[in-house]
Write a protein that binds this ligand. Structure first.
Ligand code: NDP
Length: 454
């Protein structure tokens, strides 16, 4: 195909990089992928997978409470051992690292261990060895970011450290109001930790539907999380019993750990991108066009390093599109609309399509359907938890623009409804669908009266 050593040199074997490598190789490209840390990237090693395993671990507490208060079980001597969970989780990750390695090998992708730097638009160097490639793909992901304005911020852990703590803290302060903060608040609370979560704004999960945000806040408070809005950490200092966090209103909190879940930054620096002429945006993300091509035509980027929509399935999708564009004579633009997402809080929240305020900002009139109810499983128990479901419907066309939920299995349920939103189905078509009884999901096809219109 060319005089280059490779048709594609991928930097980063995370979700996006591995998918793009394998698929490109299946189209006949000669591919190498360099990885300096671990196969599978953030998602497999210090993200989605271990996070979800931790969520499962912590949810048993609530299930045991429900079993005993409502279903005739008596459970004695239940104890939780953090080192056992960590060891089990590490074993599974090692297995997955092996799976990723084998997938790349079987696809005929050359694996290179080490940090790659771009030397020019067609040259990459790893461990002192230079290779040339027709195309270079930057799929280096992102790293947790601790705001420099938090004095003593180096005393805080980030999500990366939280996955490897030697012992479970008794008290933790979590800073931030995004996915990671909310998920870890639930994880630690479920494992019996005293959790204070601080968010600088007036309501966390900015960008989600407002009803989801306020309902989830209520649920988390009921679960015993001390959720405080309009507050931030100004300073962290060592203390005889752990750490002291001094908040911006002057008050103080003591904790064994402070977790900064204050966003992530693209891994775009010190890998030769700017020197090669690749344009970065103001947060350091690689600026790309609709086809994931950077300002240097032979250099492409996908996933978190582009800061478009930082979700694993989106990085996979971008990788698939790029491989098709470059090596399958089928140009494909990644689509970032109607992307479903879940926050694995406890209870979880999930969403697809437009929020009510986004729909209104687009100048649409909307019919809003909302239902708040106690799930059947909880009726026999002491639990006061309620599920909330919401549909945002275009008043004129009756197209369902958004599906939102807080409640058990929200991710599983909304994944199914995402197909309907993606297909542009109307409320009538939802209504014509028969429910599965008794489920929570059936509520989405049985909402008859809007709570507001226009
Ligand atoms: P997010 O960007 O989601 O949230 C960052 C949070 O930190 C926001 O609440 C933000 O507040 C706050 N923050 C930012 N800067 C400061 C500051 N200087 N002081 C105080 N607070 C601050 O980042 P996360 O770290 O939670 O997650 C990173 C990304 O990873 C997510 O956006 C998501 O794309 C992905 N992810 C997805 C998951 C899933 O799909 N379930 C799970 C985990 C991560 P404000 O809102 O005011 O800006």
């Amino acid at each position: 195909m060319s005089d280059y050593d490779y048709d594609l040199f991928v930097i980063g074997a995370g979700s996006g990089g591995v998918r793009a490598s394998r698929l490109s190789a299946s189209f006949g490209a000669r591919v190498a992928v360099a990885e300096e840390r671990f196969l599978g990237g953030t998602c497999v090693n210090i993200g989605c997978i271990p996070k979800k395993l931790f969520v499962y671990a912590s949810a048993f507490q609530e299930e045991m409470a429900e079993a005993t208060s409502g279903y005739g079980w008596s459970i004695q001597g239940a104890e939780f051992d953090w080192p056992t969970l960590i060891a089990q989780k590490n074993r599974e990750i090692e297995r997955l690292n092996g799976v990723y390695g084998r997938l790349l090998d079987q696809a005929g992708v050359e694996r290179i261990e080490g940090r790659a730097t771009v030397k020019d638009p067609h040259t990459v160097e790893v461990n002192g060895k230079r290779s040339t490639a027709r195309h270079i793909l930057v799929a280096t992901g992102s790293t947790p970011f601790v705001p420099p304005e938090i004095e003593g911020g180096e005393l805080a852990i980030t999500s990366e450290g939280a996955f490897y703590l030697d012992s479970l803290p008794e008290r933790i302060v979590i800073v931030g109001g995004g996915y990671i903060a909310v998920e870890f608040a639930g994880i630690f609370r479920g494992l019996g930790v005293d959790v204070v979560q601080l968010y600088r704004g007036s309501l966390f999960l900015r960008g989600f539907d407002d009803d989801i945000r306020s309902h989830l806040a209520e649920e988390m408070r009921q679960a015993g999380i001390d959720l405080r809005f309009g507050l931030n950490v100004a300073r962290i200092e060592p203390h005889s019993r752990g750490l002291r966090a001094i908040l911006d209103d002057g008050s103080e909190l003591e904790a064994d750990q402070v977790l900064a879940a204050t966003g992530r930054r693209p891994n775009s620096l010190e890998i030769g991108l700017e020197e090669a002429g690749v344009r970065l945006d103001t947060v350091g993300a690689v600026a790309v066009d609709d086809y994931s091509q950077s300002s240097v035509p032979s250099i492409h980027a996908i996933g978190d390093v582009t800061n478009r929509m930082n979700l694993t399935p989106v990085a996979l999708h971008e990788g698939i599109c790029l491989a098709n564009t470059l090596f399958n004579a089928r140009p494909m633009k990644p689509v970032h609309e109607a992307v479903p997402a879940a926050v694995f809080s406890q209870p979880p929240a999930a969403t697809v399509g437009l929020t009510e305020s986004e729909a209104r900002e687009q100048g649409r009139r909307v019919d809003v359907y909302r239902s708040t109810f106690r799930a059947l499983k909880q009726t026999l128990t002491d639990s006061q938890s309620k599920s909330m479901m919401k549909l945002v419907v275009d008043s004129q066309s009756q197209q369902v623009l958004g599906v939102h939920m807080v409640g058990h299995e929200a991710g599983e349920i909304v994944q199914g409804f995402a197909v309907a939103v993606k297909a542009g189905l109307t409320k009538d078509q939802f209504d014509a669908t028969i429910g599965i009884h008794p489920t929570s999901a059936e509520e989405f096809v049985t909402m008859r009266e809007p709570v507001s219109q226009g």
